[in-house]
Design a protein around this ligand. Structure first.
Ligand code: MN
Length: 362
């Protein structure tokens, strides 16, 4: 697995005539190495990839775990006793590296530090590992599907708890506890539970608001299984729905289905977006849909490819994306319906299985 991932990056190095690629982003490190459960998000490592070798510089906190994970692979784990980047620059110089590529998301202070210390030239590259991460292999899809399945079970679990009198905070906590108890490693992101007028905020923060009869309740959450995320949104009504709520919900559901129907490998993200957006335009609701239709999901909950009016790149086979149209009417409330789908040659394979027709609880 890591051999294939390294070879993709080495091909790019050689195509761009660069001598070494430095990867520091913890998610990218986990991807390139394929090491599970070692990188914890701490910014404490630097992987130097050249045509000849792949050295992973780290400190004493991670040295043993990384050495164990690296057994039988081509990664050489190097224990750094002083400053990580001083050691990195010295090693690169000793190995005769002249042009080194840094990921565009390294902090500016570190970029400056390395530029000053390193004897050769520093170039900035953008998104090489992120591009590679778009296309999932079968094991990655299996993990994402497992996360989606756990997310579906959490939705079933929470449904009969969404009743007038409960707070958003209690529901968010219950969702998180359920997923973690059932095997989620943490959560893909802090669950969103947005009720009543709060549901009109696309990325509402959870509050202690008490849910009232007739409120929209927007639930956006995802489990994380073996390092891979799920992401799903359902909007339900606590008690009985009004005609206006039904109207908004059915428009968003129609847009969601149109978006999913437009998914196929090779279709540009903006074409998929426009199919769903067109449904809302026809209903006079497009002004209430301000965000893009979807995004890639994998080791991170937001990654490539993008599915938005500005996304001219096509979605590749094997990518996993969300389709999440919404309408958000200020002061009234909002609806979003989000599914996680695998992009295949013939169309979308939908991983989210939770009920999508409007659910009224209590
Ligand atoms: Mn999403």
């Amino acid at each position: 697995m890591s051999a294939r991932r390294l070879s993709v990056l080495r091909q790019r190095l050689s195509a761009e005539e660069l001598d070494a690629l430095i990867v520091c982003d913890p998610t990218n490190l986990a991807y390139v190495t394929g090491f599970d459960d070692v990188f914890d998000g701490e910014d404490a490592h630097a992987l130097a990839i050249t045509s000849e070798e792949a050295s992973l510089l780290t400190d004493s906190r991670y040295f043993e775990a990384l050495s164990r994970a690296a057994e039988g692979t081509e990664f050489e784990v190097v224990l750094v006793r002083e400053n990580l980047y001083v050691t990195l620059c010295e090693r690169l110089g000793e190995k005769g590296i002249e042009v080194v590529a840094l990921e565009a998301n390294v902090p500016y202070g570190r970029f400056r530090f390395i530029s000053e210390r390193f004897s050769g030239r520093v170039e900035v590259i953008d998104g090489w590992v992120e591009d590679a991460r778009q296309v999932k292999d079968s094991e990655e899809v299996r993990r994402i599907a497992a996360a989606a399945e756990l997310t579906d079970r959490a939705f079933s679990h929470i449904l009969d708890r969404v009743v007038p009198g409960v707070t958003e905070w209690e529901l968010a906590l219950e969702l998180e506890m359920f997923m973690r108890r059932e095997g989620s490693d943490g959560v893909a992101f802090a669950p969103i539970v947005a009720s009543g007028p709060n549901s009109a905020l696309p990325h509402a923060r959870v509050t202690h608001r008490v849910i009232e009869a007739g409120d929209f309740v927007k639930l956006d959450f995802g489990a994380r299984v073996d390092g891979y995320c799920a992401d799903m949104t359902r909007t339900i009504v606590a008690g009985r729905a009004s005609d206006r709520q039904r109207e908004l919900h059915s428009a968003v559901l129609e847009a969601n289905l149109a978006g999913i129907a437009a998914v196929r490998a090779g279709v540009p993200g903006n074409v998929i977006d426009s199919q769903a957006r067109g449904v809302l335009e026809a209903r006079g609701l497009a002004e209430y849909f301000g965000h893009g239709l979807g995004h890639g999901v994998g080791m991170e909950v937001h990654e490539l490819p993008s599915v938005s009016p500005r996304a001219t790149r096509s979605v590749p086979a094997g990518s996993v994306i969300t389709i999440e149209p919404g309408v958000y009417v200020p002061g009234f409330g909002g609806v979003r319906i989000e599914d996680l789908v695998v992009v295949e040659e013939q169309g979308a394979r939908v991983l989210s299985r939770s009920e999508k027709t409007l659910i009224e609880t209590g």
